[in-house]
Design a protein around this ligand. Structure first.
Ligand SMILES: Cc1cc2nc3c(=O)[nH]c(=O)nc-3n(C[C@H](O)[C@H](O)[C@H](O)COP(=O)(O)OP(=O)(O)OC[C@H]3O[C@@H](n4cnc5c(N)ncnc54)[C@H](O)[C@@H]3O)c2cc1C
Length: 659
């Protein structure tokens, strides 16, 4: 019998509750009074902002990351921007509208109250970042500039060229450094959390590996926060940084933290297509490009065939023979439909044979119209670094004129195709961002909280920074207020001994398999299984096959893996093997969740459940809940619990981007 989880708050937007937290914060603020320690794992935008804020509030923070500097966290890759309901464009935006767009964009599978809070604090984030000196783009008159992202009919995305994540991270890093300098944050770079330590049912510390010396170290605190990012790299090929992994989250899951909605995986429509089987990374072309780029494939199948054979080029196809299929299918949102909708539409065209490259798995993203209208200078100001990045990878510069037909100039279009990009699922958290393990919190991409079944563009940075600057620093105090009388536990306790021994034994196990397969070869195979059976189009039959294949491959991993070197000193292969062990757990979890959800919603598309037009068909009667999974041991099916969704402010309806 499935358990029912409670998010601890009424379902609707409840700002009153929010005020309570702020009052509480004043009571327990430890500045000058209490000595409370918090471990924050991760220095991406979520982790760095949380560590800086907690330090500023007077907590003693231990902050760890796997990179050699917090500035190298994966968040640095974010290109396009960050949403906020400032309404600087005077286009009718509001907190309510951002809240509504986000719930609708998530296909009505997000928790309403969390999203409302997110929309409320979105504006504070921009003020905070401007105060830190983040160089957001500005209008000629000095106001902050905006552009549009998918799923919205207003312009609410703040940006710094195509480097928004980097600039926001530098802002957060400067705040963090300030607290390091003040002695409130102790930074541990090149440390990897390997396990969470539970004492009397509460998270009391972690075991981390010093990645340079290979030594295991123990850290104890009054609470633990994980901000360790998403699990997109389970698919091997993704737009995520190579180092992204889900080890910390999976270890928490193994220790009893529930994992919510794992099947909600985002496939981004505008990535550079896969070009061979030696590739280990995919590159995103930011969604911001859809502001001015138009997506198309040929109308005529013979043109598509010629493109695939290389006997014709895109710029030789005149306007009347182009099918701007998003504009045709979704006139109200056009090229700015949400990512899940745009990705499926691209797949649909390519599956019908209209793909435009040699693999048949690509569509065009074309700037001819906007360059003709605005001039190349303006387009370069907006997307210069993205054009250069595209040229570096493909040797095609999208600003080069290639042809002129009937007096109209045609520029070389980009080629794009959907790829794994972001994971909406994550560790289950309540409204206070606490997991099912008391004292363990999860923020940023590694929790499941705000995006439902599909995240809108530019909302991940908003959520990560909302969690880190404005939510967790308040809500964690609700927990700590009750814990303040408890001293920090000693790392000599048996729970720490046991956890450390287990991690050590795991490393020995992996090193001693001494088989024939490299970590990467197994990871690549797992990625193929995930993409083929648990990817963009899922079926019950395919998911069962995928699960069986993953199970077999995991056996191969356990018996035929080869990890060179020893556990002393730096051993990158050993670290990757640990990550892969956890990607196996994660991949199966995604498949179990996808199999249990007999409906299509957002990023989870079950081919059996679609409308005649190929749109996702939800089943609100049976699946209007957050699916929460409990670990039941290796090889066993996890157990499903449900948190029912209750909407008070928004009417649940079928998503419509057509009119
Ligand atoms: C190419 C690209 C472009 C994007 N563009 C945008 C955009 O324009 N707008 C937007 O809103 N979103 C964008 N996103 C999504 C967004 O960047 C991420 O969702 C967000 O940055 C995640 O932040 P985070 O702090 O949760 O995690 P991350 O930035 O992934 O940081 C994770 C941190 O955890 C640490 N860590 C991980 N595991 C461990 C461990 N076991 N022990 C210790 N430390 C650990 C890492 O070292 C790192 O510091 C983009 C994503 C990609 C891939």
């Amino acid at each position: 019998m499935a358990k029912v989880l409670d998010s601890k708050i009424p379902a609707g937007p409840v700002p009153e509750k929010w005020k309570e937290y702020k009052a509480h914060q004043r009571l327990v603020n430890p500045k000058n009074k209490l000595k409370l320690d918090v471990i924050v794992v991760g220095t991406g935008l979520a982790g760095a902002s949380a560590a800086a804020s907690l330090g500023e509030m007077g907590f003693n923070v231990i902050n760890l990351c796997i990179q050699d500097s917090p500035r190298r966290a994966h968040s640095i890759a974010a290109q396009g921007g960050i949403n906020a309901a400032k309404c600087y464009q005077n286009d009718g935006d509001s907190v309510y509208r951002l809240f509504y767009d986000t719930v609708k964009g998530g296909d009505y599978r997000a928790r309403e109250a969390n999203v409302y809070r997110l929309a409320e604090v979105s504006n504070n984030i921009i003020d905070q970042c401007v105060a830190q000196g983040v160089p957001f783009a500005r209008e000629y008159g000095g106001m902050l500039a905006n552009r549009s992202f998918g799923g919205a009919q207003v312009s609410r995305t703040f940006y710094a060229k195509g480097q928004t994540g980097q600039q926001l991270l530098l802002g957060a890093y400067s705040s963090l450094s300030c607290q390091v300098n003040a002695g409130k944050v102790k930074l541990y770079t090149r440390y990897e959390m390997e396990d969470v330590v539970i004492v009397d049912g509460r998270a009391r510390g972690i075991i981390a590996k010093n990645l340079v010396t290979g030594k295991l170290e123990r850290f104890s605190a009054n609470a633990v926060v994980i901000a360790t990012g998403g699990y997109g790299n389970t698919y091997f090929l993704s737009t995520n940084a190579m180092g992204c992994n889900c080890t910390a989250a999976v270890q928490c899951y193994r220790k009893g933290a529930m994992f919510a909605n794992p099947s909600y995986v985002q496939i981004h429509p505008t990535c550079i297509p896969v070009h061979g089987d030696k590739q280990s990374k995919l590159t995103l072309m930011s969604e911001s490009l859809r502001n001015d780029g138009r997506i198309w494939v040929p109308k005529k199948i013979e043109d598509a065939k010629a493109l695939q054979q290389g006997t014709k080029q895109g710029w030789e196809i005149p306007e009347e023979d182009r099918d701007y299929y998003l504009e045709r299918r979704y006139p109200a949102f056009g090229n700015l439909v949400p990512r899940d909708v745009a990705s499926r539409a691209a797949k649909e065209r390519c599956d019908k044979g209209f793909g435009v490259n040699n693999t048949g798995l690509a569509v065009f993203l074309d700037f001819s119209e906007s360059i003709n209208r605005l001039g190349l200078d303006v387009i370069m100001q907006r997307y210069g670094n993205l054009f250069e990045m595209y040229e570096e990878i493909t040797d095609v510069f999208p600003g080069d004129v290639a042809n002129e037909i009937n007096g109209v100039k045609y520029y070389k279009p980009m080629m794009i195709y959907p790829a794994i990009h972001y994971t909406m699922g994550g560790i289950w958290v309540d409204y206070e961002l606490q997991t099912t393990i008391p004292g363990l919190f999860a923020i940023g991409e590694c929790n499941f909280s705000d995006h439902g079944a599909n995240r809108l563009g530019a909302s991940a940075l908003m959520q990560g920074l909302a969690d880190g600057y404005f939510v967790l620093p308040y809500t964690i105090q609700n927990y700590l207020a009750d814990q303040a009388v408890w001293p920090k536990v000693s790392t000599d306790r048996p729970e720490f001994d046991e956890a450390e021994k287990k991690v050590d034994a795991e490393m020995d196990r992996l090193l001693n398999i001494k088989g024939k397969r490299s970590v990467d070869s197994l990871h690549k195979e797992l990625g193929h299984i995930m993409w083929e059976y648990v990817g963009m189009g899922r079926t019950a039959e395919g998911l069962k096959t995928g699960l069986k294949k993953m199970h077999d491959l995991e056996k191969e991993f356990d018996t035929n893996l080869f990890v060179p070197g020893t556990k002393e000193g730096l051993n990158v292969e050993l670290d990757k093997a640990i990550h892969l062990r956890d990607f196996f757990t994660m991949g199966q979890l995604v498949a179990f969740d996808a199999l249990s959800r007999n409906e299509s919603c957002g990023g989870h598309f079950r081919e059996e459940y679609q409308t005649e037009e190929g749109e996702a068909k939800r089943d609100d009667e049976h699946y209007f809940y957050v699916g929460c999974w409990e670990y039941k041991g290796k090889g066993n099916e996890p157990e499903l619990s449900k948190e029912p969704l209750e909407y008070e402010a928004i009417k649940v309806q079928t998503r419509n981007y057509k009119n």
